[in-house]
Ligand binder design. Structure first.
Ligand SMILES: [Zn+2]
Length: 116
C-alpha cells in the first residue's frame, strides 16, 4: 500500500517536472514547426527513455526524473524532433542541431535503455 502511494507521488512529481521542461524545450522550435505534443504520459518503460507516437502522444520513463536537467531536456527535445521526422536515424542528426547547447547525456542516461 505504501509503495503504491509513493509511486503515485513520484509519478505526479515527474509529470510536473517534465511538463515544466517540455515548455523550455519547446522554445527551441519555431511556431511553424509546431511540435507540441497532444498528451504527456509518465510511466515505467522497459526499453526506452521516451517515445512519441504518430498521434503526438509523448511518453517519458518515470526514472528519467532522477536524471539531470540536461538529460531530461535532451530526451524531450529528441522526442519533439520526432514530430517532424519519424525516423530515428535522421532525427539523431536533426536533434543535434536543436540540442547543440545541451551536454550529451553520458553514463547517466546511456545505461540499459536506449534513446529511440
Ligand atoms: Zn529517436
Amino acid at each position: 500500500m505504501t509503495a503504491r502511494i509513493l509511486h503515485g507521488w513520484f509519478k505526479k512529481r515527474a509529470k510536473v517536472k517534465f511538463t515544466e521542461r517540455l515548455e523550455v524545450c519547446l522554445r527551441r522550435f519555431s511556431p511553424e514547426e509546431d511540435v507540441r505534443p497532444c498528451k504527456l504520459t509518465v510511466r515505467a518503460m522497459t526499453r526506452r527513455w521516451g517515445s512519441l507516437t504518430a498521434l503526438r502522444n509523448m511518453t517519458l520513463h518515470i526514472r528519467l526524473v532522477g536524471a539531470s536537467i540536461h538529460c531530461i531536456d535532451y530526451v524531450i527535445t529528441h522526442q519533439l524532433c520526432h514530430a517532424l521526422i519519424p525516423y530515428h536515424g535522421h532525427v539523431l542528426r536533426f536533434a543535434g542541431q536543436k540540442t547543440s547547447k545541451l551536454v550529451e547525456p553520458e553514463g547517466q542516461i546511456r545505461t540499459s535503455l536506449s534513446l529511440t
